[in-house]
Design a protein around this ligand. Structure first.
Ligand code: PMP
Length: 358
């Protein structure tokens, strides 16, 4: 750290993204990206004509993309916010809806960025423990008296809350924002987005990075009441008005126009998830019931870190977290069926060498 860094941030622990090693070709099952390329429509949309306009700023209102999203989800353009990845939206939401008078509550085991944003803005954060089986007890969130942030499905557990449960949390927190981060909702979960028609305190955050195969484009969107969207726009226009580049805007529009392609890819991921769960269970693993494009698995004999390291040495990257409650587990992104077979083969090799083959 330089001697010029503001004292406000001197003890800040930054978010550590999943590793992206370049030393060899890995089967990458560690950052919950899609194994599939974007749709043909997206690839066609990124044309040379648009590239030749890169000397000009993009549309700061992102009108075209907002119109597509509004029509797709049955809302008005005034209910849609778009940004440079959903991380950007979470950042804006922590800025807009939390402060020294209004803290934040989120599950203790969840997306690691929530605690980083809370620390970044010196927000009082209440980290609520999960139940023994990693599920969320919704009653812990009733009358929270602070902004609530819940990933649904949760990460890294993959466990899902029903729309009815979210409704109960909203009913019990009418005077506070409830942010539902639906990054992984397209892999079998039911979105609560429709509840935005009923609740002015609900902010639903979504991403193009997972089911829409566009992690590299950095695109996220949020759906909420007109007033909440205006608040987010205020923060955006006070920090970085041109926060989505021209190419990503086009990619996002074309991605909305090719929904059936993404629906089919999500189905493939869900089938590969079933396959992986079945095969890993046969090999002594236990898993949470994941509704996401990843599973959260531990072995009955070999510790989480050892499995992570041994998979890595065999060219398969998964995500291991050091938090004590989950250190026996690994989060494994679901790739193509072929990639999952490579994972299973590597696991077989590890188990055989340890003398605990099935
Ligand atoms: N929310 C959750 C729960 C996530 O796991 C992620 C991705 N790591 C994000 C939000 C951010 O996704 P992106 O910025 O790519 O939209």
């Amino acid at each position: 750290m330089s001697r010029f860094m503001s004292a406000r941030f001197s003890s800040l622990e930054e978010y550590v993204p999943g590793e992206q090693p370049r030393d060899m070709q890995y089967v990458k099952l560690n950052t919950n990206e899609s194994p599939f390329p974007p749709s043909k429509e997206v690839i066609d949309a990124i044309n040379l004509e648009e590239v030749s306009k890169l000397n000009l700023y993009p549309d700061p209102t992102a009108k075209g993309l907002k119109e597509r999203l509004a029509a797709r989800y049955g809302f008005g353009v005034e209910n849609i916010f778009v940004s440079n990845g959903s991380d950007d939206i979470l950042n804006f939401a922590f800025m807009a809806f939390c402060d020294k008078n209004c803290g934040v509550a989120y599950p203790k085991i969840s997306y690691g960025f929530y605690e980083v944003y809370a620390a970044l803005y010196s927000i009082d954060a209440k980290e609520i423990a999960l139940k023994e089986d990693f599920s969320i007890d919704i009653r812990d969130y009733f009358n929270a008296g602070r902004t609530i942030v819940i990933a649904n499905p949760n990460a890294p557990t993959g466990l899902l809350l029903s729309k009815e449960d979210i409704k109960k949390i909203l009913d019990a927190n009418k005077d506070n924002i409830v942010l539902i981060d639906e990054a992984y909702i397209d892999f079998g979960g039911e979105s609560c987005v429709e509840l935005v028609h009923e609740y002015d305190n609900l902010l639903v955050v979504r991403t193009f990075s997972k089911s829409r195969c566009l992690a590299g484009a950095r695109l996220g969107f949020a759906i909420a009441s007109k007033e909440l969207i205006q608040d987010l726009e205020k923060i955006k226009f006070s920090t970085n008005p041109y926060n989505i580049n021209r190419i990503s805007l086009l990619a996002g529009e074309a991605a909305i126009d090719s929904d059936s392609y993404y629906f089919d890819r999500a189905k493939e991921i869900m089938a590969a998830r079933e396959f992986t769960v079945t095969e890993l269970k046969k090999r002594g693993f236990t898993m949470t019931d994941s509704y996401a494009n990843f599973i959260f698995a531990k072995h009955n004999k070999i510790c989480g870190e050892e499995i992570y390291l041994k998979l890595k040495s065999r060219g398969v990257l998964v995500r291991h977290f050091s938090k004590t409650e989950i250190t026996e587990y690994n989060r494994i992104t679901i790739g193509t069926k072929e990639q999952m077979q490579v994972l299973i083969n590597a696991i077989d090799d590890i188990l055989e060498k340890k003398g605990c083959a099935k």
